[in-house]
Ligand binder design. Sequence first.
Ligand SMILES: Nc1nc2c(ncn2[C@@H]2O[C@H](COP(=O)(O)OP(=O)(O)OP(=O)(O)O)[C@@H](O)[C@H]2O)c(=O)[nH]1
Ligand SMILES: [Mg+2]
Length: 375
Amino acid sequence: MSIFSLSRRLLISELLTKNRINYCQIATALRPKKAKSTRKEAQYFSDAKKVRTVGGKGGDGCVSFLQLWCNERAGPDGGDGGNGGHIIFQASNDVRNFNHVDSVVRAPEGGIGTAKECHGKNAKHTVVKVPIGTVVRNSKGVIVADLGSANLMFVAARGGAGGKGNRFFTTDRETSPRVCEYGPPGEDFSYTLELRSMAEVGLIGFPNAGKSTLLNALTRAKPKVAPYAFTTLRPHLGTVQYDDHVQLTIADLPGLVPDAHRNKGLGIQFLKHAERCTLLLFVLDASAPEPWNQYQQLMYELEQFGGSLASRPQLVVANKMDMPASAANYEQLQLLLEQPNILGISAKMGHNLAQLLSTIREVYERHKAKEHTDL
Ligand SMILES: Nc1nc2c(ncn2[C@@H]2O[C@H](COP(=O)(O)OP(=O)(O)OP(=O)(O)O)[C@@H](O)[C@H]2O)c(=O)[nH]1
Ligand SMILES: [Mg+2]
């Protein structure tokens, strides 16, 4: 073989290797092998939110002098600016949480004044819908509004008033003022919105005690029921209607665990939903060993939460009475707890629910009557 043909061969093999390397470096798209999931996307429930509200700036006034074909100095004609928009929180039935509320809400600015005495447009107010039961705290933590019924409003930040144009400053002495006002900025305040469910009765208990099953059995609400802890991640409300058309709302709250005040489990933040409840209904799992400890631990967590929660009127139910171990535990429970209102029920089987409803009404009415006489 000649030297020439050998070097040619080497050159070709080198090119091929190079080509192969280039070819390998080309990226190929990874096609999805699985069909897209049809499951609902995760839904978040936010029951507290920090919001900064900025009212709209007022529109600036205008300095202008009118010139007509017959009168070159027809006088000042600068218009006023329009008012900036307010930010208003309005309690509404249309929303259930604060997911839709932005962390900074800005109202639109007022329009600027222009020549020929044209005043700027007033900006529209920005109405932010919040759920009924929203409590508004200012940056110092003081409650400034309690939007407890539909359509109640709170003006969170006022917009700046429109600046005056030079036409406004015209007087007999000063017939051609060269001054106008700038529109001031709107108010800028930060608030914390907190949702406190509007319910008369709050269900308090450990995870898996059967709170959601009880709400399902008593009302038309359909919270998820499952044999694992923390099935309920947000409060659910249901309404009971009595024969005399009195309605009581019951709130199923996420389960508490020992040391919830140290942020174990879901923490005690959901207890703020119980703050408006007139009556607390403790749901104990009577089939669990030593259910009386559950009551003590729940009471301890309520005390740690603070406020008047621990001293609210109470009713204790021993649930799951259909289970074999429950009967003996129930007797012990009655002996050990110094509670007059203990009732054995089975939420799943529907045992003793009518009695529970009448006891709830009785305790509720008694408390309301006491409140009335205290006043
Ligand atoms: N045998 C029996 N089982 C019950 C009864 N009540 C509830 N359960 C069962 O207990 C399990 C937990 O019930 P849930 O209603 O989800 O409990 P929960 O208190 O809402 O639990 P979390 O939402 O996790 O706090 C479910 O498997 C229910 O079927 C009852 O009266 N008897
Ligand atoms: Mg539940």
